[in-house]
Design a protein around this ligand. Structure first.
Ligand code: DP6
Length: 331
């Protein structure tokens, strides 16, 4: 057969223990392990079609054919699968993101996880999910964790071969997340640039790695005990520790904007009012609030005093990658 095709959905994830730096930037091996929660509401659907008659890879995002730079990234990613399978066909890749840009969540995590899942299926590769996560990692570090649902650890490993994701817990015990999409003002420093600059220049960096290891051990214990409050406290502290490294970089920088601080204050106010809420922040100004799913509606309503309702998006934990039986998009 001259066409090998499959469709896959992957959900994005939010790190509670952050990945912030690479010991091997070429192969994307991190300086420390991280841990995330996969999110149900935000996902990418991807179709890959390896075809004997294609003379180059093609990449469509939300129906639009992408330029060479984007296509080259996808080609390099596909090369890993071509090498493993021995199938040398070029491919057509079509992805649809259901990750609103305003939510400030990385679509690269769900995008590379979905593409990896589609490639495994299309090429009929004998890879476990953890083995597959090593391939997703080559696209973007955070994609490693999007292969699985619930709470997921990306175990740093000691080499490109053993740096991979491990499922920790399905997170089906009263956990939710409320995203506050604050305004984007200042020029964006990508996570890739931000973490490299921090690692190279911040005197806090080594401490960050050390503390993060301890945070990871403690949050895993708290997850095992279903101790939501401790999970939230550790996640909040870990995020602030990551952001502290950027303030000490040379030159210093921050992802925070004015509204980021307003959101932090809102979370503190809600906590004082008795809600079990904790914030985390990635390489951008948006604030994500970890909360019990049972309190989500009340929290959304309370946040209405601080932010317009269209800036507030709630979600439950999401599941693992999933093969789709049909492709319902235009291309
Ligand atoms: C702050 O996965 O986007 O969101 O591996 O360079 O593609 P690359 O970086 P990326 O970094 C995510 C950084 C973070 C924390 C996290 O998701 O763990």
């Amino acid at each position: 057969m001259s066409i090998k095709e499959a469709y896959c959905r992957a959900h994005t994830n939010i790190a509670l223990i952050k990945y912030w730096g690479k010991s091997d930037p070429v192969n994307i091996v991190p300086t420390s392990s991280s841990l995330s929660l996969t999110l149900d509401r935000f996902y990418t659907d991807t179709r890959v079609s390896f075809q004997a008659q294609l003379d180059q890879d093609q990449f469509f995002l939300n129906g639009q054919e992408q330029e060479k730079a984007e296509r080259d990234k996808i080609s390099r990613f596909l090369d890993h699968f071509r090498q493993l399978s021995g199938v040398n066909y070029r491919a057509q890749v079509s992805s649809y993101n259901h990750v609103p840009t305003a939510a400030g969540l990385a679509s690269s995590a769900s995008a590379y996880a979905a593409l990896a899942g589609a490639c495994r299926e299309a090429l009929d590769l004998d890879l476990t999910d953890s083995q597959l996560s090593r391939f997703a990692r080559r696209g973007s570090g955070s994609a490693t964790r999007s292969i699985f649902g619930g709470f997921v650890e990306w175990s740093q490993g000691s080499s490109p071969e053993n740096s991979m994701a491990i499922p920790i817990d399905a997170a089906n015990w009263d956990i939710g997340m409320v995203v506050i999409a604050v305004n984007k003002g200042a020029k964006k420093i990508s996570s890739r640039q931000g973490m490299a600059h921090t690692l190279a220049t911040s005197p806090f960096y080594e401490e960050w790695v050390k503390q993060s290891r301890q945070d990871l051990d403690e949050i895993k214990t708290a997850i095992a005990q279903r101790d939501f409050t401790t999970v939230g406290q550790i996640a909040e502290a870990n995020a602030m520790r990551m952001h502290a490294t950027t303030l000490a970089a040379n030159p210093p920088f921050t992802y925070f904007e004015e509204e980021t601080l307003t959101a932090i204050r809102a979370v503190q106010d809600l906590r004082a009012a008795g809600y079990d809420v904790y914030y985390t922040i990635d390489a951008g100004p948006n604030v994500k609030i970890l909360c019990p799913a049972s309190q989500m509606t009340a929290i959304e309503e309370a946040l209405g005093q601080y932010f317009a309702s269209e800036k507030i998006i709630s979600t439950l934990p999401g599941g693992p990658i999933q093969i789709l039986s049909e492709w319902t998009y235009d291309n």
